[in-house]
Design a protein around this ligand. Structure first.
Ligand code: NI
Length: 159
């Protein structure tokens, strides 16, 4: 396992659309392990492959309940809304208010390329939306209501 460099906003790779993964090769397995390690090291709750410079539809998330690996994730259902602070490891030290669905169901593939569905509310729902946006070249700053501001306390989650 190895730490990867987290690309920062302004890097073109964060504006590109990612390609689907057709097969979980040893290189993809290594990428998943590296992304988890990189996310934990940065105290993030989510990381998308383009954030480490890889244009593939792959996301890792851990909101404190164990790692979630999403390959080729698609949002299939949403409900309600939540408005709250959001940050990103590709824009450290900043956050802004974003409205997201309060419930999100995602269909994705696991590391054995088995399709599964996973549901989340609150922070997990927010992380699903934020990370899947990264796969299409979008940053949360495009959705911020009002101004971006400096993070005022260290525990704020960055995805
Ligand atoms: Ni992010």
């Amino acid at each position: 396992m190895a730490l990867r460099t987290i690309r920062q906003m302004g890097d073109e790779v964060l504006t590109k659309k990612c390609r689907e993964i057709k097969e979980v090769t040893p290189r993809i397995k290594e990428l998943i392990e590296d992304m988890l390690e990189t996310m934990y090291e940065a105290n993030g709750v989510g990381l998308a492959a383009p954030q480490v410079g890889i244009l593939k539809r792959l996301v890792v998330i851990d909101i404190g309940e164990g790692p979630i690996v999403l390959i080729n994730p698609v949002i299939v259902e949403t409900d309600g809304s939540q408005t709250g602070e959001e940050g990103c490891l590709s824009l450290p030290g900043k956050s802004g208010v974003v409205t997201r669905p309060n419930y999100v169901k995602v269909r994705a593939y696991d590391e054995d390329m088995q399709q599964y569905e996973i549901e989340g509310t609150e922070l997990l729902a927010r992380a699903f939306c934020h990370e899947i946006d990264h796969l299409d070249g979008h940053m949360y700053v495009e959705k911020v209501e009002g101004e971006l501001h400096d993070v005022v306390y260290e525990e704020e989650e960055e995805v």
